[in-house]
Design a protein around this ligand. Structure first.
Ligand SMILES: Cc1ncc(COP(=O)(O)O)c(C=O)c1O
Length: 444
């Protein structure tokens, strides 16, 4: 047993199985930029960035310094009662960063999940209506509200119902659902027809409060919504007085080669939820939205004792400084092109590499069998081999490689990581990969 395994053995006595998605026996000791080091001294290139919450990399010196400085001044006093300057100035900064030339206010929280709960609350509060529309393949979080909006794993609804009432799940226009030889236009028309069906049969449109969508679905497989569909959806919400909300928790802060995923669509949402990378992984989230919507509820409808924590807010200020100073959005776009070229080459070389979707340093790479259907077993082997080679990568939907390195990854680290991906693909092709005994199944 190595040190990681020893720690995990002890931890397993106290850790419930609902709290860890199974991958490999690794306990992280420290991180630096795009590199991670486990307690046994092994080094890894991180192609997961703590589930896209470390866009500025691990322990960025500016973020560390901001945290240290603030911790000596005030660790916390709840903004539910009294303001602190770091959080107050952050609200102004976040409001200015969100798309849309209209007045905005910002409600802070601790996790992406609570920001999406806020989206439900404020949409209902503002419109006086109850239905919320979300999409298949979406992951919006793990609290009761946001888990109700999520549609990626049966384990997120199994045994815990009833979930929130009046949440309607529409089919996401996922490119995997395109029919053979179907044009993009026909696909969008077909998906839009499916969207409209409930309104003709059982769902009164005047009772719909809000729609929440990820411009690019993250956990759903890194899949962008077709632009024409998004435009139809947005227009539909304008016609019917419905709040249009986007979830930027996974895709925001430069991940997709633009500051926000919704920037790919030139739409300014009424509400936008953020989290994860906003404070480089420190617990901080927010719902940013039109003032009139954000003023529709009264205290204490949305307060959390530890939200707006000054140490987290200081980390967020430093994170935003780093994103600006190091031009991480542009970096994501530039390095994303290198990665896209690499994976497209892999697609030409290996039959098991299916569709490749890359938006900035944000990729979903399908692993498929000879008949082009999802190949979960192959994906598992490739990810296991990558782990052996010192690259952290996970899967989405069982057969999609999730590529989301920190945006600060150096060109050299990126190229080294990608060459290890090629090595793993080659090993799989040559049938050289055997799985560790207790890792026949990974992911959710
Ligand atoms: C798109 C999206 N929304 C919301 C969440 C939930 O965020 P958190 O885990 O911080 O509650 C996630 C987390 O993976 C996410 O990817």
């Amino acid at each position: 047993m190595n040190k990681s395994q020893e720690i995990l053995a002890v931890e397993s006595e106290s850790l419930p199985s609902s709290s860890r998605i199974k991958y490999f026996d690794m306990v992280i000791d420290h991180g630096k930029g795009a590199l991670l080091y486990d307690v046994d001294g092994r080094e890894y290139i991180d192609f997961l960035a703590s589930a896209s919450s470390a866009n500025t990399g691990h322990c960025h010196p500016k973020v560390v310094a901001a945290i240290q400085k603030q911790a000596t001044q005030l660790i916390h006093y709840t903004p539910a009662y009294y303001a602190n300057p770091v959080n107050s100035s952050l609200l102004t900064r976040l409001a200015a960063l969100a798309p849309g030339d209209f007045p905005k206010k910002v409600a802070v929280g601790i996790s992406g999940s609570d920001a999406n709960d806020a989206m439900i609350k404020f949409s209902r509060g503002y419109t006086g209506r109850s239905y919320i529309i979300c999409f298949t393949g979406a992951y919006h979080g793990s609290t009761y509200g946001s888990i109700t909006l999520s549609n990626v794993s049966l384990n997120m609804s199994r045994k815990i119902g009833p979930l929130l009432p009046n949440v309607v799940k529409m089919p996401f226009p996922d490119s995997h659902k395109m029919l053979p030889n179907e044009s993009q236009e026909d696909f969008v028309a077909r998906m839009w027809q499916a969207f409209m069906e409930p309104f003709e049969t059982w769902l009164p449109v005047e009772e719909v409060a809000g729609v929440i969508i990820e411009g690019i679905q993250g956990d759903g497989g890194i899949i962008a919504c077709p632009k024409a569909y998004m435009e139809k959806l947005y227009a539909f919400t304008r016609t019917h007085g419905i709040v249009f909300a986007v979830d930027e928790i996974n895709q925001g802060f430069g991940r997709s080669g633009k500051m926000w995923a919704i920037d790919h669509f030139d739409i300014a949402p009424d509400l936008m939820s953020i989290g994860k990378s906003v404070a480089s992984g420190m617990p901080f989230s927010a719902l940013i939205g039109r003032t009139e919507i954000m003023e529709s509820l009264d205290a204490p409808a949305h307060v959390f004792t530890t939200a707006g924590n000054p140490v987290c807010a200081a980390a967020a200020h430093a994170t935003l400084d780093v994103i600006e100073e190091e031009k991480l959005v542009e970096r994501s776009e530039r390095l994303g092109k290198i990665a896209a070229r690499f994976f497209e080459r892999m697609q030409k070389t290996y039959d098991f590499v299916g569709d490749v979707r890359m938006y900035g340093l944000d990729g979903g790479i399908d692993i498929v069998s000879a008949d082009k259907t999802p190949d979960v077993a192959a994906t598992t082997k490739i990810i296991a081999e990558l782990f052996k080679l010192g690259v952290i990568m996970i899967s989405l939907r069982g057969n999609i490689l999730r590529f989301q390195p920190p945006l600060v990854i150096t060109d050299e680290q990126l190229n080294t990581g990608l060459s290890k991906v090629e090595q793993a693909f080659e090993a799989y092709q040559n049938n050289e990969i055997t799985l560790p005994k207790d890792h026949q199944k990974i992911g959710w």
